[in-house]
Write a protein that binds this ligand. Sequence first.
Ligand code: GDP
Length: 479
Amino acid sequence: AEESFHSVKVPKDELSGGLIAAGFDEKSCLSRYQSASYRKKVLHRPSSYLISRLRRYEALHKRCGPYTDSYNKTVEQLKSGHRPASSHCNYLVWISFSGLGNRILTLCSAFLYALLTDRVLLVDPGVDMVDLFCEPFPEVSWFLPTDFPLKSQFDSFSQESPHCYGKLLKNSTSNNSKGLMSQSFVYLHLVHDYDDHDKLFFCDEDQTFLHKVPWLIMKTDNYFVPSLFLIPSFEKELGNLFPKKETVFHFLGRYLLHPTNPVWGLITRYYNAYLAKADERVGIQIRVFDTGTGPFQHVLDQILSCTMKENLLPEIDRLLPMTSQSGTHISKAVLITSLGSGYFEKVRDMYWEYPTVTGEIIGVYQPSHEEYQQTEKQMHNQKAWAEMYLLSLTEVLVTSSWSTFGYVAQGLGGLKPWILYKPENRTAPDPPCRQAMSMEPCFHAPPFYDCKAKRGTDTGALVPHVTHCEDMSWGLKLV
Ligand code: GDP
């Protein structure tokens, strides 16, 4: 069966159920074509409307993308500082910001917003985006050219910037709303520390205004898709794109995010060496937000009690360490990802030192232990991306609360993970975990505002498909 990973030929138009366009150079991005053979079951099919909208977006991107006539013209207008009477192409610029898991979620959020508002998404390459992701659109790049006029300002954009949407609103009175109307670009601050004015982005009235701005520059570290579902003017289109609401990130992630060849090498070599031969793969993603260096006994206890209570991994027999191995001989490969190696060593040793009560054979593997979160180091984030992807290739997944790293794995894999509750006061919570309601990521910093009534409201209680998250009571997720 292993051989088939490389020899299976999937008809091109069938790739990911039609998500992927034809017309790419196959060798430049092998993952685009080979990933289908690593993802065994197709559990969800994209709607034909989503597919047709993606093809329409690709045509728009080709017409308006970097260095096209339309792009050059719109950039000239931006340089002159005046808003044109009309522009043929409007843009959304995504600023590279925050950890890799966060960036993957915000890229998908930004793309969906671009799709809903007929904008062209341009991606700030930051330090490592080009090393991590293939081009998702045929022919014309999604990367923002290095000579883009506002590029040197990206780092300094903040809530205090004169072009910040929230700031513009604060400074505008009914008399000088003209100032607001003449902006050639607007900076959208959707970072977790954003204020009530910035949050008005999620109101229809504000969307009507923003619609006329040719350049929107966005900085965010949040998966803001759930709140797009609460904007009335987007409702119908979103329903057509995603009849099954919990598949938004699943499809957008699989459409946009293809590991580059070096990252695909990390993924496939690891998978084929350690995971392919097992009967079942169990992923455990460990992210500890506590201060101090682990491993912590309470976290290990929590992982073991979750996996055993939920029958994800077998118990061990501490009394009869010499039993002849009877029972089933099913083999399970456990893929652990974590910044440290402590938990991995404990679990691996446990299944080496004692037999399982079921006779199952358990192999435990961890690709890397990078010790601490690093930025600006090429291989560090390539490994992080490879590990999120490897977790998405498991059949059973356990994730840590609050971690976007885990959200990416569950969404790409189409998996409803068991989420380890966040420990409080260094004790393992009881119950230790629960299964997620849906495979969608959680929006950690949603607005709680009723745009029509102009007062606070519980945005997790307005419609059945947008509800509070399992791992963060104030967060919002699609179910
Ligand atoms: P979050 O902080 O858990 O929401 O995830 P992010 O991906 O946004 O930021 C955490 C960063 O720390 C990642 O991008 C990695 O650089 C690093 N990191 C965290 N956990 C792991 C892990 O298990 N493996 C590797 N290789 N890197 C990790």
